[in-house]
Write a protein that binds this ligand. Structure first.
Ligand code: COA
Length: 367
């Protein structure tokens, strides 16, 4: 059951002929507001090729209400005059990340596209970004929705990184090769070892989780002009809370050197609504420990555990920058097959403000 919440005052920011924009919130949204956001977002996630059941409402609401405090929360809902939700705009900054950057997403229901709603939402996001003193906006689009690409080009944004989503059917895995990778003779001789953590990190392992996160900052950024995100143990604990409250579970496998220091690892997550698919998240090895088979070992060990402990899993899904040759080589050898592509876009807020104003009239706020 969803917890009843007090209705919050929201601020209508504009009335158009047949739709209106209003500011809502994720963390403090009412049940009705979060339901409306979810009603727009869930079908578009499927359209984007997530290839899984839409995220259940309960899990979406738990995610929203447990948004870690490092993320700012700016959300707009677009509704018709009879309160039907038709579009959503989000933007958020990360207090632990690059202070120039705001990330965003714009989602317009299929039957209400090409009416200028997306551009107006982007204009509101730009205003918010400028008033927060940030200068760069980034977002992602997914090839199954070509409108996202066309929209980003109409805004004269820069395609900064191209990524691929790929899947591995467990039935296609060459388990003999996987076993060879897990034998990792050289790495074992050098004193490396693996350590599994199921679920949230216990307090004594949070520093290692932060180290692993920082190792992941060495992944290719291509044209993304974005500095790293530096996190601490408190951030790790908050992320874990959000993970658990949204019903997800996670296995992390750390790689330790002979002295016991965390020098890399891999993580997978499981969604509560889709037991047949596991999401291969970050895999990273500290640059000074590369070239001795640690990535192959840790990924292969994780695959064996999935096979042994989660017989219901059929597919492993992952995403990688197209420029990440070493990771793609490991994934290709395991048998991952391309499913779709996505693009990370970036634009200067001043340029975007100019473009959105020239495409659509400014949104007038009403308070
Ligand atoms: C991308 C999206 C937000 C655009 O919303 P929208 O309300 O249709 O956008 P607008 O009406 O403001 O379109 C602005 C311009 O983008 C371009 N554009 C948008 N969709 C297009 C399409 N399908 N084909 C060609 N050009 C397109 C056009 O130049 C359009 O101007 P025009 O209609 O005057 O020619 C919407 O398609 C969507 O929700 N897609 C799924 C989510 C997504 O990919 N979001 C992008 C991440 S920010």
């Amino acid at each position: 059951m969803l917890a009843p919440r007090l209705r919050r005052e929201t601020v209508p920011v504009s009335h158009q002929v047949n739709f209106q924009f209003r500011r809502v919130q994720l963390r403090a949204g009412t049940d009705g507001e979060l339901q409306a956001l979810h009603a727009v977002e869930a079908p578009i996630e499927t359209e984007r090729g997530s290839n899984r059941m839409p995220q259940p409402l309960d899990s979406y609401m738990a995610f929203a209400r447990n948004l870690p405090s490092q993320f700012s929360d700016h959300t707009w809902l677009v509704e018709t005059s009879d309160d039907t939700p038709i579009a959503v705009g989000y933007c958020w900054s990360n207090a632990a990340g690059d202070e120039r950057i705001m990330e965003c997403d714009v989602l317009v229901r299929r039957d209400r596209r090409r009416e200028g709603i997306g551009t107006r939402l982007m204009a509101l996001i730009c205003e918010e970004t400028a008033s927060a003193g940030r200068s760069l906006l980034t977002w992602s689009t997914f090839d199954p929705v070509p409108a996202g690409d066309a929209f980003s080009r109409s805004l004269a944004a820069h395609a900064a990184r191209v990524n691929r989503t790929s899947e591995l059917a467990l039935s296609d895995v060459d388990w003999t090769m996987v076993e060879r990778w897990t034998s990792a003779e050289r790495a074992r001789e050098l004193g490396y070892s693996l350590e599994l953590v199921v679920g949230a990190f216990p307090e004594h392992l949070r520093a290692d989780a932060a180290t692993f996160h920082h190792i992941m900052q060495t992944a290719p950024r291509d044209g993304l002009d974005a500095g790293g995100v530096t996190i601490d143990t408190q951030f790790v604990a908050e992320l874990d809370l959000a993970l658990i409250d949204s019903g997800r579970s996670r296995w992390s496998l750390f790689v330790r050197d002979a002295a016991g220091a965390c020098v890399g690892g891999t993580e997978v997550t499981f969604e509560p609504d889709d037991p047949s698919t596991v999401f291969q998240q970050n895999t990273g090895i500290d640059p000074s420990h590369r070239g001795i088979g640690l990535a192959k070992w840790v990924k292969a060990a994780m695959l064996e555990r999935i096979r042994d402990e989660r017989p219901e899993v059929r597919l492993v899904r992952t995403g990688n920058a197209l420029s990440n040759a070493p990771m793609l080589a490991v994934n290709d050898a395991l048998g991952f097959r391309l499913v779709s592509m996505s693009t990370d876009w970036q634009a200067q807020v001043n340029d975007l403000l100019h473009t959105t104003r020239s495409i659509s009239p400014p949104v007038h706020r009403r308070r």
